[in-house]
Design a binder for this molecule. Sequence first.
Ligand code: LMR
Length: 400
Amino acid sequence: VFEHVVRAPEDPILGVTVAYNKDTSPLKLNLGVGAYRTEEGKPLVLNVVRRAEQMLVNNSSRVKEYLPIVGLADFNKLSAKLILGADSPAIQENRVTTVQCLSGTGSLRVGGEFLARHYHQRTIYIPQPTWGNHPKVFTLAGLSVKTFRYYDPVTRGLDFQGLLEDLGSAPSGEIVLLHACAHNPTGVDPTPQQWEQIRQLMRSKALLPFFDSAYQGFASGNLDADAHSVRLFVADGGECLVAQSYAKNMGLYGERVGALSIVCKSADVASRVESQLKLVIRPMYSNPPIHGASIVATILKDRNMYQEWTIELKAMADRIINMRQQLFDALRSRGTPGDWSHIIKQIGMFTFTGLNSEQVAFMRKEYHIYMTSDGRISMAGLSSRTVPHLADAIHAAVTR
Ligand code: LMR
């Protein structure tokens, strides 16, 4: 009965890892998926995470009962505080509902389904380009997807004029997906002044912001600074949605731990919204897993552990910045044609190199370097040892 099923293509991002795993060359280098690696090229479990896990294991009173549909209460409260700020008026006024979800993707999906059922508009505008999973998540959630201009390939920076024009001509009330910081895949963020202009435009047209915050702490190394865009929109008293992921900033990738917060106009609305979120979640996966959320809650509620986390997070962010400089210097010293200053200007985990899909294919075939076909490289996958190999490959790709 399944003979008619055609083979689906691999995922454009996770499929890069599948191809990489099959490569037997000792030179191979995976710069596809956004996952942090150490200078030795190894995945990193933060010390503070190990410590939290140890505490959880040693606590014999812990049980493995189901969590509530909305997840771990402490985790939800602390996650809202982390992104909105401890002194957020929305939190103080009890008008935020936060539910634990399956990392960033799960939070986007639950938020998308809630909007498709209960919001008066059905279209979400996503930046062009954006994370490849965004359009799929929102389409399957029941929304229509349109794009707004975001990236200018000529300047390799923000197409701010295009962004304002496109959001300015979107019908009033539509949903707009915004990357809270460290835009994926471009590494290009609006400045604080530009964020303020975006806020004014969106509020004047009643456009509903849906933030994807997957890299808090990874853009600047500072958790509060990286929450600036979200807090700006919350400070004006209006509504918004925020999807948070702890995959990158706590290195909890496989634990699938994240949160969806919906900022409402009143406490009463927030509690009704939460009751409906439960109806989205229960038939989808019943309730979320307990382990990752317990790790996050343990760290966020302990002053010392929180401090330790910020130090480890900053070290990851700094190593990535250092990789940017090393790659830029390596290309300059090779005299590689082109202006590569965007490597040091772009922020977060990724560099949007400007390499085209043929050049990417060439680098995979000849140099065993793996990246997404749009030319995005995960700077977090690089090390001082592998920078020369990547620079040689880029040089060869652009001069062939
Ligand atoms: C990425 O963009 O590489 C990450 O967000 C991982 C993923 O799930 O795609």
